[in-house]
Design a protein around this ligand. Structure first.
Ligand code: PGA
Length: 247
């Protein structure tokens, strides 16, 4: 009953020209997709991508937003700005933002609230480093991140959140979590949501896997009970790869 959601995370790749060209190539390839298809891209090209994807089944998302409404925050982009141009989704708390841009669990929570305030669907990223996995604290950590990210949200809002489980050691490394490893953590995330909001909410919330997902391993990962989609970096940059994965 949960509709799968496959979201591209282009990161700091593609220019406006190559991004728009890729979306145009992608549109016919995924027009019959059963899954929800999303492309998240740098701010600069969102307007053109939205224009190119108008009337199609591809939704457009940002890769971040700021948690204040407006003001003296040089270089930042607000929820209002995203909403006005027609952005529908926003990635929040990607591990690269946590690692390189001081994103914290607390700022993630503020951003999730801001996303809802502006009618954007948040794709919230959680996940452990290799060191944390070796210490055996993966599930503890992911529960901790999830609890803070969702803090203060209503049950109705939590049903709309997409949670992306992304083991840091699998991102961009070509090293994918096994479907069993990914399923175990995605199930732990769902159990955490059930503890906080009850089983009905947990049954509706969509949990993605991300980390070197590609056409050759997507089927096995997506077949797992608690994996409802993917957040895809490298394999989302070329229309052929991303559409194969979606199909
Ligand atoms: P990857 O990136 O597919 O290139 O590993 C996934 C992500 O960071 O969202």
């Amino acid at each position: 009953m949960r509709r799968e959601i496959l979201a591209a995370n282009w990161k700091m790749n593609h220019t406006n020209t190559s991004g728009v060209a890729m979306i145009k190539e992608l549109i016919p390839l995924v027009k019959d997709a059963k899954a929800e298809v999303v492309v998240c891209a740098p701010y600069l090209m969102l307007t053109d991508l939205i224009e190119a994807a108008k009337g199609t089944n591809i939704g457009i998302g940002a890769e971040n937003l700021y948690f204040e409404d407006k003001g003296a925050y040089t270089g930042e982009v607000s929820g209002a700005m995203l909403k006005e141009i027609g952005v529908q989704y926003v990635i929040i708390g990607h591990s690269e933002r946590r690692q390189y841009f001081n994103e914290t669990d607390e700022s993630v929570n503020k951003k999730v609230h801001k996303a809802f305030e502006y009618g954007l669907t948040p794709i919230v990223c959680v996940g452990e480093s290799l060191e944390q996995r070796d210490y055996g604290v993966t599930n503890d950590l992911v529960r901790y991140q999830t609890k803070i990210a969702l803090y203060g949200l209503s049950a109705e809002q939590v049903k709309e959140v997409v949670i992306a489980y992304e083991p840091v050691w699998a991102i961009g490394t070509g090293r994918t979590a096994t479907s069993e490893q990914a399923e175990e953590v995605c199930a732990a995330i769902r159990a955490c949501v059930a503890e906080l909001y009850g089983k009905d909410v947990a049954d509706e919330v969509r949990v993605q896997y991300g980390g070197s997902m590609k056409p050759s391993n997507a089927e096995e990962l997506l077949a797992m009970e608690n994996i409802d989609g993917g957040l895809i970096g490298g394999a989302s940059l070329v229309a052929d790869d991303f559409s194969k994965l979606i199909r």
